[in-house]
Design a protein. Structure first.
Length: 101
């Protein structure tokens, strides 16, 4: 009789733990879905910012390689300022190669 009581208690505990794990699993899945939604929106913003930055860099390079560098100085300086603000790792010496040609 004692064995039967202990065995039934074991089964009840197992069943209860299984239900709790199922509930946690659903919570984790919902949390993961929310995290993925946030990550997706963050990636979209980063992609948009990178696209904008790449377009500005392309414009800057074409102005620096162009024949009329002196006429484009205000535009070049504006693009350099935008790039410096948007990117903390901006290094001006990397563009000095373009001025030498």
């Amino acid at each position: 009789m004692l064995f039967l009581a202990v065995f039934c208690g074991f089964l009840a505990e197992n069943l209860r733990e299984h239900q709790i794990e199922k509930k946690r699993e659903k919570e984790y899945i919902l949390s993961m879905i929310e995290d993925l939604k946030e990550d997706t929106s963050s990636f979209k913003l980063v992609i948009r910012a990178n696209t904008f930055s790449c377009q500005r860099i392309d414009t800057l390079i074409s102005l620096l390689k162009g024949r009329e560098k002196d006429a484009s100085v205000p535009e070049i300086s504006q693009l350099l300022a935008i790039k410096a603000i948007w990117n903390n790792n901006f290094e001006l010496p990397a563009y000095s190669i373009l001025f030498s040609k």
